[in-house]
Ligand binder design. Structure first.
Ligand code: BG6
Length: 288
């Protein structure tokens, strides 16, 4: 399929009905639906599907910079580039493709100092779990360092009914206070104002519980030590052109990321990071 700017989109669909849609613009997952056809990722009604900016929602990839502390544009350039389909993907571990439907994308930018290949595999398991595996290789050049985040916009029923479990007691950098460092208290995270934090050394499994929808998103990550939690709340939403004034209530970004300590690759070196997300009925979680 193509969007109305002519940019290709790839649809993954498994027999039981779950599906995902990936745009070559940014290598961005723009839809992920369960087998009942319910959309699991948030997309703003004001989203702009027009390059060069990433559309507001789905899973834009922040790379090689997170945020605006650095010389590049906010969240780096990867989400603003047109990727290609990777015709010659490397062999991955059999578990990364067994019984899954997937697409391999490639970003090979022509940036001055950076000489790398970014390979992204987006796959959908028969149960509808979504996995993103990134492989970044320094192909020949000076060592380079990067940060990365899978900026995942989960669709939630009402942000005041949502809680995030797994980040209790961790240290975090508060983006709202010029990345000052704090320590989280013992309880699950709930939301009643703007939150913009980078949790450090996060466990590899974190859960987002949507009480009202009776749905839990389980986030599993590998190679990505940090976890960003972001909700713009009321005031910031009003200042964002591509987000409706009240839409902050229906979204929560929880991003598996490597930010505090950037990753450095020497010539020929490769790094792999993975994100796996599943959506399960909450009753399932409490029963097991
Ligand atoms: C978050 C950042 O992850 O992304 C926020 O921590 C930022 O500070 C948000 O506002 C959205 O960024 P952008 O560039 O997509 O508007």
């Amino acid at each position: 399929a193509r969007d109305w700017n002519g940019i290709e989109q790839v649809v993954l669909r498994v027999p039981r009905g779950a599906s995902a849609r990936v745009s070559l613009h940014g290598g961005q997952v723009i839809s992920w639906k369960n087998e009942r056809g319910e959309e699991l990722l948030f997309t703003s009604s004001k989203a702009i599907f027009k390059p060069p900016k990433a559309m507001r929602g789905g899973i834009p990839i922040c790379f090689p910079q997170f945020g605006n502390c650095g010389s590049l544009e906010q969240h780096g350039f990867a989400r603003n580039k047109v990727w290609s389909i990777d015709d010659d993907p490397p062999t991955l571990h059999p578990n990364d493709s067994n019984g899954k439907i997937f697409v391999d994308l490639l970003l090979k930018p022509m940036e001055d100092d950076l000489n790398f290949e970014f390979r992204l595999r987006v796959s959908l398991s028969m149960d509808g779990d979504l996995t993103l595996i990134s492989r970044i290789r320094n192909i020949n050049g000076k060592p380079f360092s990067f940060s990365i985040a899978y900026h995942t916009y989960f669709s939630v029923s009402d942000i005041s009914e949502v809680r995030v479990e797994g980040l209790e007691t961790l240290d975090y950098l508060d983006n709202l206070c010029q990345r000052e460092r704090f320590t989280e208290q013992g309880d699950a995270i709930t939301f009643e104002s703007e939150v913009d934090r980078i949790y450090l050394g996060a466990p590899n499994v974190v859960a987002v519980l949507d009480h009202e929808k009776k749905r839990t998103f389980v986030i599993r990550k590998g190679g990505l030590p940090d976890m960003v939690v972001w909700n713009p709340w009321e005031k910031k939403s009003k200042s964002m052109l591509d987000l409706g004034d009240d839409e902050y209530k229906q979204m929560l970004c929880v991003d598996a990321a490597a930010i505090e300590r950037p990753i450095t690759l020497k010539t020929g070196e490769e790094w792999t990071g993975r994100l796996e997300i599943s959506a399960v009925p909450s009753s399932y979680c409490s029963d097991h």
